[in-house]
Design a protein around this ligand. Structure first.
Ligand SMILES: [Zn+2]
Length: 236
């Protein structure tokens, strides 16, 4: 059976008003990324980092999914066995567009993880101080469930396994600085790239189709190609 992997990044949620850090200035909402998103920074100032994620969690509460999220959800729900949805995003906009089985490579803002037993639990948009205890083991060592720089991302193994059985790879809104997406595309028979701008980190010659435009305007074209692939096993 022909398989499709849709892999998204910050560019998917940008039109919903969710900001992320820019590689150019190393800042995220005026915070030094290495202070608030790295293991070293967390070690130095735990309260500051937990507070930063409280703020990010609160920030996504009033954000809405856009047409690109809804397109992914529609395709996934229509062809659940053929499509795998993975995202680098830590927001919950794919879930809120009713997309089933979203795999988050870098964790999720609305979850905490227990450092003692590994239990992951949802807290919605609340601050961490309201959940000082793991519901499983009652440990007080709970933190944001977002992968930081300097930490292993356990879901990457799943991503590599998926890639090995993917025939059509769809990349939406990821600059290629964190994940080598053109290398991924070279593993697969067909591939689609949608980014706002060209990126030095991506060799676009390996992709079957490239759309340099907003995710919402590329979405109907990507949908058509996915449907064509499901019907015929190929895209032209
Ligand atoms: Zn625990």
């Amino acid at each position: 059976m022909s398989k499709i992997l849709i892999l998204s990044g910050a560019g998917l949620s940008a039109e919903s008003g969710i900001s992320t850090f820019r590689d150019s200035d190393g800042l995220w909402e005026n915070h030094d990324v290495m202070e608030v998103c790295s293991v070293e920074g967390f070690f130095r100032d735990r309260e500051k980092v937990l507070g930063f994620y409280d703020q990010r969690r609160k920030d996504i509460e009033d954000k809405e999914p856009n047409d690109a999220h809804f397109m992914i959800a529609e395709m996934k729900n229509k062809f659940p066995d053929k499509i795998t949805v993975m995202t680098q995003n830590v927001d919950n906009l794919l879930e809120r567009s009713d997309c089933a089985d979203v795999l988050h490579l870098h964790g999720q803002l609305t979850e905490l993880v227990c450092e003692m037993c590994g239990n992951i639990f949802d807290i919605g948009y609340r601050p961490i101080k309201e959940y000082s205890e793991c519901p499983e083991c009652q440990s007080h060592a709970v933190r944001h469930n977002v992968v930081m720089f300097g930490e292993a991302a356990p879901m990457y193994q799943r991503l590599y396994n998926e890639l090995m059985r993917t025939d059509l790879l769809v990349i939406i809104g990821t600059s290629g600085n964190v994940l080598p997406v053109s290398q991924f595309a070279s593993y697969t028979k067909y591939s689609i790239l949608n980014n706002l701008d060209e990126s030095w980190a991506i060799d676009n010659s390996v992709f079957t189709h490239t759309f340099y435009e907003k995710a919402t305007t590329a979405a109907p074209k990507i949908k058509q190609l996915i449907e064509q692939f499901i019907e015929t096993g190929a895209i032209s």
